[in-house]
Design a protein around this ligand. Structure first.
Ligand SMILES: [Mg+2]
Length: 258
């Protein structure tokens, strides 16, 4: 993992603006996100972190459990509107963009080439330039930004929000979509995934969670719009337990043989 000066300086920014670390939605992984519902609410584009969000760290392939959710996500938002922004693949440390090519191939989605790491403002500028260049440009407030790290992914998303402005969800949608009375953050929706596909950066995660806990306890006790955000979250699919079934069959067989 490259040294991330932008990430190291975030705690200083949190002193001025502690809201930066608060996610709008917390899920275990992307299977819990209701992408069609997000689209209905006016979200038209998505930014995804790679390591421990879509793939095992340092692997280019999608985690098999996420295949269906990833397909639905790409179909819902459309070709080009789902962008992977990683601090490994596509960053300045990815020599020749080889990592970005491999990830883009395996995940069937573009990987942003960016000169500086998340959550820097330079990286934000690269994200904005990408979505502005699309045939139908996507605005900041039409984006969801999904990642497993508070000090990079969530802070990046919240840095793209103008301070404490609200806009009706219907304003973001095309005219044929129903105008809703609920409000949403004026910037991107910050989604924090808490499940890890492989343990990494344990101490940093512990610090991040401590900071979030501190902000929620002492500064901002309530997550803004928490009730409204629940509509975008689905329960996780049940875990398949083939071993147990086999055990039951064996048990039945042994009873039958008696
Ligand atoms: Mg990550």
């Amino acid at each position: 993992m490259p040294f991330n000066i932008a990430g190291v300086l975030v705690p200083l920014h949190l002193i001025v603006n502690p809201r930066l670390i608060i996610p709008s939605i917390i899920v275990k992984d992307i299977r819990q996100l209701d992408f069609p519902e997000l689209r209905k609410a006016g979200y038209r584009g998505a930014v995804f972190d790679k390591d421990n969000c879509l793939t095992v760290p340092h692997d280019d392939r999608l985690v098999p459990e996420l295949q269906e959710a990833w397909r639905i996500c790409r179909e819902t938002f459309g070709e080009g509107n789902v962008l992977i922004v990683s601090n490994t693949a596509g960053s300045h440390q990815d020599a020749g963009g080889i990592g970005a090519e491999a990830v883009s191939y395996h995940l069937s989605a573009p990987v942003l080439r960016h000169p500086s790491l998340k959550p820097s403002y330079s990286c934000i500028a690269s994200i904005r330039a990408y979505f502005a260049s699309l045939p139908v440009p996507v605005r900041d407030e039409e984006l969801i930004i999904v990642g497993d790290r508070l000090l990079t992914d969530v802070v990046l998303a919240n840095r793209m929000s103008p301070p404490s402005e609200k806009s009706p969800i219907g304003d973001l949608s095309s005219s044929d979509e129903k105008v809703s009375e609920v409000t949403k953050p004026a910037g991107p929706l910050a989604v924090w995934t808490t499940g890890m596909w492989r343990r990494d950066a344990t101490v940093l995660r512990w610090i991040e969670q401590g900071l979030l806990h501190g902000v929620q306890r002492w500064v901002i006790p309530e997550v803004p719009n928490a009730e409204q955000m629940r509509r975008f979250v689905r329960p996780l699919p049940p875990i398949e337990e083939p071993v147990k079934e086999e055990g039951m069959l064996k048990k039945l067989w042994s009873r039958f043989r008696r």
